[in-house]
Design a protein around this ligand. Structure first.
Ligand SMILES: [Zn+2]
Length: 81
């Protein structure tokens, strides 16, 4: 993936209660409740939410946890090529 020339437009899913995102710095998958500022629970990286790609959004905490788990598994089991 190359660089993006422009910041992403605001994602309306940011207003869902839980967002599954990947930290742009440490690449860890996590569910967050932030609307304005993402703060990584692992490395402490901060970034405006509109610059963080939302992988999944839901109002249901269980669904958020399951989505985060599924995305992590997909991410780490991805084979090269
Ligand atoms: Zn991080």
């Amino acid at each position: 993936m190359g660089k993006r020339p422009d910041p992403l437009p605001a994602d309306p899913r940011v207003f869902k209660r839980y967002k599954v995102v990947r930290c742009p710095r440490c690449n860890r998958i996590q569910a967050v409740m932030a609307v304005k500022t993402f703060r990584c629970m692992f490395c402490g990286h901060r970034r405006p939410m509109r610059e963080v790609r939302i992988l999944y959004a839901t109002d249901d905490p269980r669904e958020a946890a399951e989505a985060a788990k599924a995305i992590k598994e997909a991410h780490f089991s991805r084979k090269p090529g």
